[in-house]
Design a binder for this molecule. Structure first.
Ligand SMILES: CC(C)(COP(=O)(O)OP(=O)(O)OC[C@H]1O[C@@H](n2cnc3c(N)ncnc32)[C@H](O)[C@@H]1OP(=O)(O)O)[C@@H](O)C(=O)NCCC(=O)NCCS
Length: 299
């Protein structure tokens, strides 16, 4: 659908389609719709007990539904003392109608300032005037090797990204990363590679066939513009579509940018692996972060 006389709407793209499908799936349940509606109308954080009282369903059912809604970040959880409070993610209030508009080909309204964790993948928001800062996601190609490995090395040089100190050759990189889940973020105007994300298998055992370990690296000159978040969204979309149920990564506790990015993208800290490996001769801890898909591997 298109407004007569206006420029054609941007194409939706496979990654966005998969992301929106995950949102719609999360909402495709009447009790979850009731919970979202309740939180929207109440306009203040509620405990599970308050939601149970208002929704007239059992506590374990409410908790289960809140978990699914939190995974796609429709609902945010905050801790006050020993209690957990649930509230609607205001960014989703903007982002969800935007998703619906994009699906049917309407130009979406520009989302109002998103101070909350975003529901709307930045890559699918309208690019700012002039295109500067616009980010697009596309598959990582062999021709990107030079830029990808340079960005990798810049991340390793921070000393906070990985135990590795030297970026691999393209052949080693290519051999270690699963096809179908290698993405680059590129500047929409120049096509320059801003960052990349890719996954490796964690095990050859079939019980772990749906578990992968990922890496995400963004050019230092392009950080804090949404590339990392957009890349993780793309990774979540492609892995869920391929039946992968868990994405994990070990992150140094000092890498607060990566920890925060992953929290925002729906990952949780499993725990801290103490003095797990030596880096430049020093034993270091690693925070194991994981995202268990709320839609894949549910049978
Ligand atoms: C971690 C990294 C990938 C983040 O990429 P990015 O494109 O800068 O991240 P985004 O712009 O998408 O940021 C998304 C959110 O992550 C968090 N974040 C990102 N950088 C941050 C920083 N320096 N400090 C605190 N929070 C940060 C914020 O919550 C941010 O949202 P906001 O900007 O709305 O507050 C990037 O810093 C990087 O490449 N670092 C070096 C390599 C590395 O450490 N990779 C991870 C290995 S585990």
């Amino acid at each position: 659908m298109q407004t007569a006389g206006g420029p054609p709407p941007p194409s939706l793209g496979r990654d966005a389609a998969m992301q929106y499908a995950a949102w719609f799936r999360a909402l495709a349940e009447p009790t979850r719709i009731e919970i979202v509606s309740l939180l929207a109308r109440r306009q203040e954080p509620m405990t599970v007990g308050q939601i149970v009282g208002a929704a007239h369903v059992g506590q374990s059912t409410v908790s289960q539904h809140l978990k699914v809604l939190a995974e796609v970040r429709f609902v945010l959880v905050e801790r006050r003392g020993t209690a957990h409070y649930y509230r609607l993610n205001e960014a989703c209030v903007d982002g969800f109608p935007t998703a619906a508009d994009l699906v049917v080909g309407n130009h979406p309204p520009a989302p109002a300032g998103l101070s909350q964790p975003a529901c709307d993948p930045p890559a699918n928001r309208p690019a700012p005037a002039g295109g500067a800062g616009g980010i697009a996601i596309r598959p990582l190609e062999p021709a990107d090797a030079g830029q990808v490995l340079a960005i990798y090395q810049a991340g390793l040089d921070t000393g906070q990204a990985s135990f590795e100190t030297q970026a691999p050759s393209w052949e080693e990189f290519d051999a270690g990363k699963l096809p179908g889940h290698r993405h680059v973020a590129v500047a929409a105007d120049s096509g320059a590679v801003l960052g990349w994300a890719a996954v490796s298998a964690v095990s050859g055992r079939c019980v772990y066939a749906g578990v992968v370990e990922h890496s995400v690296y963004v050019d230092p000159a392009s950080q804090r513009r949404g590339s990392g978040f957009t890349l993780l969204r793309a990774l979540i979309g492609s892995t869920e579509a391929a039946g992968i149920w868990t994405i994990q990564s070990g992150i140094f506790p000092e890498n607060s940018a990566s920890l925060r990015l992953h929290e925002r993208a729906g990952f949780r800290a499993v725990g801290i692996r103490k003095r797990i490996g030596r880096h430049h001769g020093r034993w270091r801890d690693v925070v194991l972060m994981e995202r268990r898909s709320p839609v894949t591997g549910q049978d």
